[in-house]
Design a protein around this ligand. Structure first.
Ligand code: CP
Ligand code: NVA
Length: 301
């Protein structure tokens, strides 16, 4: 059987996503330490709190040994090619995981690796985050099929993976982005073809959020985009999640954010620190969902 990788939610079937979410909630001993005696390389070209810690602990809980490495130490495509890095490290580890600037780097690593490659965030996507988002939403509002999930803010890596998992799991995912920051029509069509849900893109936050069961956002300026800060802060000012925007959602709506957050920019403090917020549970679920994803990649049934 060919090696499975975890680069995007779109690479998974709905059954596989459900299986990972099930594995995430099983007692740890029932997973039988599939990484026993194996290493896991965790390479970070960008900073991280949640992803580094959740992945390191998930590897330990599955019996393995995580090796955290900063991007400049490995020097992907600087000291040696992404292909050489992956082919060599696959001889030391049971899992190769990387947080990269360019998505193509994890694709190229996967093309030569004999062990699973995990995308720990790229410019394109953040599939580990989407697993935690789906798990937290399920726990907060129940099965996602037929539910309404909204996003006001940037169409970015986190939004893309969330859109994919929502459509796979049968939810309606409605986003509002400023003009010039919207997904392309072909990407909307690609994501709509993934599953039984629906992806709707527009530019009106009130319309996207109307009646929603879950409201999400993320930073306006992602890591690596710092030079665009002034321009984006201006473009996104009307897309902030405020208490008055939340009031347009369902009365039971919950608020989600992958963190780190910038209070007063993409979300007001009274929302993210208020009773509807599930952001800390969401961050804690990064551990459980990472463990589920790694167990899946190691073949746990
Ligand atoms: N949400 C997330 O990926 O956080 P970190 O950047 O801290 O890993
Ligand atoms: N969109 C953000 C997510 C951080 C977890 C970024 O890429 O910086």
């Amino acid at each position: 059987m060919s090696t499975r990788h975890f680069l995007d939610i779109a690479g998974l079937s709905v059954e596989e996503v459900r299986h990972i979410l099930d594995l995430a909630q099983r007692p740890i001993p029932s997973l039988h330490r599939p990484l026993e005696g194996l290493g896991a390389a965790l390479i970070f070209e960008k900073p991280s709190n949640r992803t580094r810690h959740s992945m390191e602990i998930a590897v330990v809980q599955l019996g393995g040994h995580p090796v955290y490495t900063r991007g400049e130490e490995v020097g992907i495509d600087v000291r040696e090619t992404a292909e050489d890095v992956a082919a060599v490290m696959a001889g030391y580890h049971g899992i190769l995981a990387a947080r990269v600037f360019k998505h193509d780097v994890v694709v190229r690593m996967a093309s030569v690796s004999s062990v699973p490659v995990v995308n720990m965030l790229s410019d394109h996507s953040h599939p580990l985050q989407a697993l935690a988002d789906a798990l937290t939403m399920q726990q907060a509002i129940g099965d996602l099929a037929g539910r309404s999930v909204a996003w006001s803010g940037d169409w970015n890596n986190v939004a893309r993976s969330l859109a994919e998992i929502c459509v796979l799991l049968g939810a309606r995912f409605s986003i509002a982005t400023p003009p010039g920051y919207a997904p392309t029509a072909s990407e909307v069509a690609r994501i709509n073809a993934l599953g039984g849900g629906e992806f709707v893109a527009g530019d009106d936050p009130a319309r996207a959020v109307a009646g929603a069961d879950a409201v999400h956002t993320d930073v306006w300026v992602s890591m690596g985009q710092e030079a665009e800060t002034a321009k984006k802060e201006k473009a996104f000012a009307a897309y902030k999640v405020t208490a008055s925007l939340m009031a347009k959602a369902s009365p039971d709506a919950r608020f989600f954010h992958c963190l780190p957050a910038h209070r007063g920019y993409e979300v007001d403090a009274d929302v993210i620190d208020g009773p509807a917020s599930r952001v800390i549970a969401q961050a804690h679920n990064r551990l459980h969902s990472a463990r589920g994803a790694l167990a899946f990649l190691m073949g746990v049934k």
